[in-house]
Design a binder for this molecule. Structure first.
Ligand SMILES: *Cc1c(COP(=O)(O)O)cnc(C)c1O
Length: 388
């Protein structure tokens, strides 16, 4: 066919040579996916079964990331979502309906709590918050309509490690499901499916991304039934992840092991060192005996991350704690974590119901990849101003 130059802009005859092989996964962007003929056109989400049909359901870049997260978590299949919170919302929407009852730990990531309160309740789902350390006591909270039990271990900010096998065991006995936020363990330090979890999610924004420059989430399921249910819902809520972000996450994965190892060592050293400081009452790091559920961490986890909290002694005011955070120089102030930069955020628990009595004396630290002696010096300087 003869083509005008304007047509050639869209349908060129010229092409780069083929056969390029490199070590990195290309970034496949695309909404439209081409079908071989008119009869082959169909809108089906399960790209594993029918091949590629539409960009919303994943491009090779998205599905490569999904497959590799799934491999690490030892699940059946994984979905990639535009963020960790999107993964939480999708799990709730896929597995709950009006009239159901869901159990959520009091230590859960705050937007997960808010989704339950603001959205699930509005759609007629009953929500109960439970103490994260409840373990085998969870049946006391079951109702006839309990369908889903959320877990997050360790919990956000207060770091309680949960007895997941005990909770899963009880939950399965009433035919309900267990969903786990496995972000702290980066999907690797806690083998969720071996401990009875049915569906996991992670904020890939955190350790998999690892550089504070992307937002992504994942949902991994144990079996085909959960996969079908999530896939059908994922299709209709239309939350597709960007292949560009997935490409960054695939790059992040290659260095995940070395980053985790370095961060674990620094965080442990700083946590133990902070535990000796007279300003500090409590270090909430799962690998330290002072953390609620430490024995469960020892039993069930294979490593620890760089996120932990410190609680100052009663004598310190909120202003002194805020001043401590403000005095830090290497530790920056900001949400999200698991990047290469150390962070510090102070919390005030006075208005959150049923939380430990930490008041406004709790600070969460994210340990990055700076030299640990420099971090110690930064902390020392900030601690010393508190006594002045
Ligand atoms: C950050 C975080 C999320 C949410 O992830 P986003 O990608 O920021 O939406 C969920 N759970 C936990 C435990 C987190 O720390």
């Amino acid at each position: 066919m003869r083509k005008n130059w304007k047509t050639k802009l869209i349908h060129p005859d010229a092409h780069a040579p083929e056969g390029f092989r490199s070590l990195s996964m290309p970034t496949y962007r695309g909404s439209t996916v081409l079908f071989p003929n008119a009869a082959a056109v169909e809108d089906t989400w399960d790209q594993h079964e029918v091949g590629y049909t539409y960009g919303l359901y994943g491009t090779p870049t998205t599905l490569e990331l999904a497959a590799r997260i799934c491999e690490l978590e030892k699940g059946y299949r994984t979905f990639i979502t535009p963020g960790g919170q999107g993964a939480i919302a999708l799990i709730n929407i896929a597995f709950l309906k009006a009239g159901d009852h869901v159990l959520v730990p009091e230590s859960v990531y705050t937007p997960n709590r808010k989704f339950a309160l603001a959205v699930l309740r509005r759609f007629g789902v009953e929500v109960t918050f439970y103490p994260p350390t409840i373990g085998a006591g969870i049946p006391a909270l079951f109702r006839n309509n309990t369908r889903l039990v959320w877990c997050e271990s360790p919990g956000s900010i207060t770091m309680e490690v949960q007895d997941i096998p005990a909770i899963a065991d009880a939950t399965h006995r009433i035919g309900a499901m267990v969903a786990l936020d496995n972000t702290w363990a980066a999907g690797v330090y806690f083998d969720a499916f071996a401990h009875g979890v049915d569906v996991t999610m992670q904020a890939l924004t955190k350790y998999v991304g690892g550089h504070s420059d992307l937002l992504l989430g994942s949902i991994t399921v144990r079996d085909e039934a959960a996969y079908k249910r999530l896939g059908a819902t994922h299709q209709l809520v239309g939350c597709a992840a960007s292949p560009d972000d997935c490409s960054l996450a695939l790059r992040g994965m290659r260095t995940l092991a070395v980053r985790l190892r370095a961060i674990e060592a620094s965080a442990l050293e700083l946590a133990r060192w902070l535990a000796e400081r007279r300003e500090i009452e409590l270090v909430l790091h799962p690998a330290l005996p002072s953390c609620p559920g430490h024995e469960l961490w020892k039993r069930d986890f294979t490593g620890s991350a760089g996120l932990f909290s410190i609680v100052f002694h009663q004598q310190f005011t909120k202003q002194q704690v805020l001043a401590f955070v403000d005095t830090l120089e290497l530790f920056k102030i900001g949400y999200s974590w698991a990047g290469v930069t150390s962070l510090a955020v102070a919390y005030d628990f006075h208005s959150t119901p049923n939380r430990p009595d930490y008041g406004a004396r709790i600070v969460r630290l994210n340990i990055g990849l700076e030299d640990v002696e420099d971090l110690k010096a930064d902390l020392t300087r900030a601690l010393e101003t508190m006594n002045g």
